[in-house]
Ligand binder design. Structure first.
Ligand SMILES: Cc1cc2nc3c(=O)[nH]c(=O)nc-3n(C[C@H](O)[C@H](O)[C@H](O)COP(=O)(O)OP(=O)(O)OC[C@H]3O[C@@H](n4cnc5c(N)ncnc54)[C@H](O)[C@@H]3O)c2cc1C
Length: 293
């Protein structure tokens, strides 16, 4: 199907984008990679009267480290994240996910920030952002707001970005020396959305005690979910198999998926726990620890 007709505006600066958003209000939508918005328009699930194309804002295509964080601008493509040496060296959770988001063709256009703004229940980047405790910078007519990811993800396809605002960047705290992570995803075939997914990030102290934990699951409800009870079990404890199993079981408890062609509810809930457990074991291995007894 063809999209309903719309006005197309290509902007070259953030100020221009904001002016267009303010002028057209709820009728306007930002076009980033278009990998979610254009299909939604073709199915008439979205009918924006005005598209504000931000792809020509060159200074939003950055991926850089600074201020204790990895900063990914709104026009940075998934493929650029996938091949970025700093990410592959220091951000294991992000690096894992970058290789399994959609397929290589979609990753040429799709953006991390666009994916977070889209907030698909089965999206990969929302899971990563929760586990890594990312935050987004959003700009509107009164200036910038910094929004932690837990507040940014409001409901399926709904975020804290208000009318007249746009997201400028996402920031992932730079992992310290004893921090690593893992992204685990089950998909029916390459390029598919997750049947179930889990993101894990752990920080150990010199004795091997877990001092910080991030656990999130995807395709497990209206939005990606933080497994807060699992995180609480881990922090302050030394890893044991029983502990990891208990933390993973918390994922099963909060997982609330829909049954669809990818699997039934019980299968997906079980997979949430399995993937969290695998993510914890993989993370510990990256931190030089074998699977605990
Ligand atoms: C075949 C296929 C398979 C896919 N598989 C997966 C998958 O396995 N996992 C996965 O996570 N995703 C998957 N996707 C989605 C893909 O990753 C999208 O690229 C991504 O979800 C949206 O990013 P985008 O840059 O294309 O955003 P767009 O489609 O341009 O925009 C998406 C939404 O976000 C808004 N938006 C975008 N940028 C901003 C901004 N800076 N500020 C405010 N609002 C903004 C838009 O207005 C729109 O509402 C798939 C897509 C396709 C076509």
């Amino acid at each position: 199907m063809f999209p309903a007709s719309f006005e197309y505006l290509s902007v070259t600066s953030v100020d221009e984008a904001l002016a267009a958003l303010l002028e057209h209000g709820a009728d306007a939508r930002i076009l980033a990679g278009g990998q979610s918005l254009i299909p939604a328009m073709r199915y008439r699930l979205a009918r924006p009267a005005v598209l504000v194309d931000i792809n020509r804002i060159a200074d939003l295509a950055y991926i850089r480290e600074g201020g204790g964080a990895l900063q990914i601008g709104a026009n940075a493509r998934d493929f650029a994240v996938e091949i970025e040496p700093a990410i592959n060296a220091r951000y294991a959770l992000i690096s894992d996910a970058a290789a399994v988001v959609a397929d290589p063709i979609v990753r040429q256009s799709g953006t991390v920030v666009g994916s977070l703004c889209h907030n698909d229940p089965a999206g990969d980047w929302t899971v990563v952002a929760l586990a890594a405790r990312a935050e987004l910078t959003v700009r509107g007519k009164t200036g910038n707001r910094v929004i932690p990811i837990d507040e940014f993800l409001v409901d399926s396809y709904t975020t804290a970005v208000a009318e007249g605002e746009m997201a400028l960047e996402v920031r992932f705290p730079t992992p310290g020396e004893r921090t690593s992570g893992s992204y685990q995803k089950i998909e029916r075939k390459v390029g598919d959305f997750a049947t179930a997914a889990a993101g894990v990030q752990l920080t150990l102290d010199a004795d091997g005690t877990i001092v910080a934990a991030g656990i999130a699951i995807g395709a497990a409800g209206p939005t990606a979910k933080r497994v807060a009870a699992g995180e609480a079990l881990l922090v302050g404890a030394r890893p044991s198999r029983a502990l990891l199993r208990a933390a993973a079981a918390e994922a099963r408890t909060i997982s609330d998926p829909i049954a669809d062609t990818r699997g039934d509810v019980e299968f997906k809930r079980e997979m949430a726990a399995v993937l969290v457990y695998r993510g914890l074991v993989a993370t510990l291995a990256r931190l030089g620890q074998g699977e605990p007894a």
